[in-house]
Design a protein around this ligand. Structure first.
Ligand SMILES: NC(=O)c1ccc[n+]([C@@H]2O[C@H](COP(=O)([O-])OP(=O)(O)OC[C@H]3O[C@@H](n4cnc5c(N)ncnc54)[C@H](OP(=O)(O)O)[C@@H]3O)[C@@H](O)[C@H]2O)c1
Length: 284
């Protein structure tokens, strides 16, 4: 692949920090970067779905081989890429794979839809902006966390309401407005203690999901809740669905920043603060 853009995700700096340990062995030198988009430059003999010159997007991180998307040239596994949406730039396509597939699987696995109220904590981030759109698109009532400056944007994306996570307890604010609670909690930011507090917002029998491993299944059962620590299951079919949503105008990709590859270290540092504004894309 000749990549035109790489999309930055928090998992990139988590890999750099060695956070996954033996679960994700790496070869060095290691090129960082899961997500990317660009053009097929050459294909292996068994490749059937792509031909030279195709515009594609997907996931490129192969820590065991040392490969990733933060570079002009990358190797791709056929089953980790798909044809890119026709209506958007490579930068937007590069911002879509990991966060988009995560959001799609989240709304599927929590059965978010018509008549369900869902609280998304971390809604203004990469995963959250996609999850808000996909959940609202299925008819769910979305309550999204957002600072005041982002509230209007989140409503444009389909949120019925926003809660300012900088203005006191999110759980208290949600329960004040909805004493009967929410059906589904999707939490991207809370550690175990904060996640446990946030589950107070979920009605009896509801679902609580953590994206960062904070859910304790036994504790959830004790409180008559269902829940799990989310693990993403990427697939080329999912990439195709997302590209289709983008082309149909059902999914907007919000690229917050586009920076040259040389600025990757600074962009990773910004992501590490948890305050990245929209998706960051590296121009290659
Ligand atoms: N388990 C999995 O398979 C999986 C898959 C994908 C992602 N993840 C993880 O999910 C997390 C989110 O990923 P992402 O790509 O969406 O990150 P991101 O784009 O960096 O977004 C982070 C967002 O969280 C918001 N935020 C930070 N602290 C908050 C708080 N206390 N309350 C409410 N919102 C808060 C930030 O908004 P403000 O700046 O306005 O506070 C920012 O918009 C990361 O830790 C990532 O590693 C896990």
């Amino acid at each position: 692949m000749r990549l035109a853009a790489a999309g930055l995700n928090p998992i990139d700096w988590k890999i750099a920090d060695g956070m996954f340990g033996d679960a994700m062995p790496a070869s060095f030198p290691l090129v960082l970067g899961s997500d990317g988009a660009g053009e097929v430059l050459a294909i292996g003999s068994g490749v059937r779905r792509f031909t030279i010159g195709d515009a594609v997007f997907g996931q490129f991180q192969r820590p065991a081989q040392g490969g990733g998307s933060y570079g002009e040239l990358a190797l791709a596994d056929e089953d980790r890429i798909a044809h890119a949406a026709r209506s958007v730039t490579y930068a937007s396509s590069a911002a879509l794979p990991t966060a988009g597939m995560t959001a799609y699987n989240l709304v599927e696995e929590t059965r978010v839809g018509e008549g369900r109220r869902v609280l998304i904590v971390g809604a203004t981030g990469g995963v959250g902006t996609f999850a808000t759109q996909l959940a609202a698109g299925r008819g769910a009532e979305v309550i999204a966390t957002a600072r005041p400056a982002k509230a209007e944007l989140m409503r444009t994306l389909g949120a019925a309401e926003t809660v300012d996570h900088t203005a006191g307890s999110v759980a208290d604010q949600v329960l004040a407005a909805h004493p009967d609670g929410v059906d589904v909690l999707i939490d991207m930011t809370g550690g175990p203690e904060d996640f446990a507090k946030m589950t107070r917002t979920v009605r009896d029998g509801g679902i609580a999901v953590s994206l960062i491993g904070s859910a304790d299944a036994d504790e959830l059962t004790e409180h008559n809740l269902r829940g799990f620590n989310f693990v993403n299951r990427p697939s080329p079919q999912l990439l195709e669905i997302l590209a289709g949503h983008v082309d149909a105008g059902r999914l907007t990709v919000l690229v917050g920043r586009e920076v040259p590859l040389e600025e990757a270290p600074e962009a990773l540092a910004a992501s590490r603060t948890g305050r990245a504004q929209g998706k960051t894309v590296l121009a290659l």
